[in-house]
Design a protein. Structure first.
Ligand SMILES: CC(C)(COP(=O)(O)OP(=O)(O)OC[C@H]1O[C@@H](n2cnc3c(N)ncnc32)[C@H](O)[C@@H]1OP(=O)(O)O)[C@@H](O)C(=O)NCCC(=O)NCCS
Length: 282
């Protein structure tokens, strides 16, 4: 039914450009998501051929992003449809477009982090639940300014440790180096962590460490950098990480589900994952 109504309204899909970021931020505000302009710029510049916008009557109505880590693994994110255009098959069409792009590259494993509404769409496209997790939040002072990442304050020159490859499952060094440029970074031999500004709250993650003690020091140092409300997406299967978030005074605020589709599930080492990097990119 979706396809029929979309054809009637002249639905089409095109590549996203930086000119679409203002529309993306409008969608972020409508749904209360945390991305700032720098986040959109980052994933768009990283994967300019894999980010798309749905159009109806010459106007943008929805978005989707892909972030490829070689051909082994890729993430789909930013699946957003304007409330005036929901339940017409637009998210499904954008997802199919993104999956065609990833399949054409020979991507082995496609992952995403789904909201409950999103999970219904993705299940119908063959995505399988890998594990559930929660966004945790710790309230800060509302009048606090966003974390500033001025020149020299970010993690320029960050060398991603091998710990990340084993924890995440594939090499995403090129992506992490870009993320570090917009983040405060703490790095140790057996782990690292980042903290970056968000629209609603400061975002803690990724935090990857071989030992809980290392993760603890990383989290402590990063949290000392902000008095704002902080979001922390905690991998559900890592009980140490869940306990750590609770000890720091964080409480679960949103259920999410990691899902995957493809030829081979890449699991990584979840016990080394203390905080995700972002629901849109893993
Ligand atoms: C989730 C979202 C992207 C869905 O977009 P959409 O264009 O309305 O989705 P589709 O029309 O392609 O939906 C396809 C099917 O998925 C299911 N579905 C979609 N939205 C649903 C919802 N809110 N609740 C339950 N089922 C839903 C339905 O089965 C639907 O088919 P139907 O309309 O024939 O019943 C949109 O509601 C949105 O932007 N929500 C806020 C942001 C968000 O949660 N994004 C997902 C991030 S993982």
């Amino acid at each position: 039914m979706g396809e029929k109504s979309m054809t009637a309204e002249g639905f089409s899909i095109r590549q996203m450009t930086e000119g679409d970021i203002a529309f993306g931020m409008t969608l972020d505000e409508i749904v209360g998501w945390n991305q700032v302009v720098a986040d959109w710029v980052r994933f768009l510049r990283y994967q300019p051929d894999g980010c798309f916008v749905g159009m109806v009557g010459g106007k943008p109505v929805g978005t989707v992003s892909t972030t490829c880590y070689g051909t082994e693994m890729a993430w789909i994110g930013m699946v957003l449809v304007h409330p005036d255009h929901r339940r017409k098959g637009i998210a499904t069409a954008l997802m199919k477009h993104a999956l065609d792009f990833l399949d054409a590259r020979g991507t082995q494993c496609v992952k995403l982090d789904a909201t409950p509404a999103g999970a219904t769409v993705y299940e119908q496209l063959g995505f399988i639940r890998e594990w559930d997790f929660h966004r945790y939040q710790k309230d800060g002072k509302a009048d606090q300014e966003a974390l500033a990442i001025g020149a020299g304050a970010g993690g320029g020159g960050f060398a991603p440790p091998v710990t990340d490859r084993e924890a995440f499952g594939v090499n995403r060094d090129q992506w992490l180096m870009r993320l570090a440029e917009g983040s405060r970074v703490e790095q140790f031999q057996d782990g690292y962590g980042m903290l970056r500004p968000g629209r609603v709250a400061t975002y803690l993650g990724p935090v990857m460490a071989q030992k809980a003690d290392t993760a603890q020091v990383i989290v402590e140092r990063l949290l000392a950098e902000t008095k704002r409300t902080v979001f922390w997406d905690v991998p559900g299967p890592n009980e140490e990480a869940v306990k750590m978030a609770q000890r720091w005074g964080f409480a679960p605020v949103r259920p999410l589900t990691r899902m995957w589709r493809g030829k081979k599930l890449i699991v990584g080492r979840v016990k080394w994952q203390y905080a995700m990097g972002a629901p849109a990119t893993g």
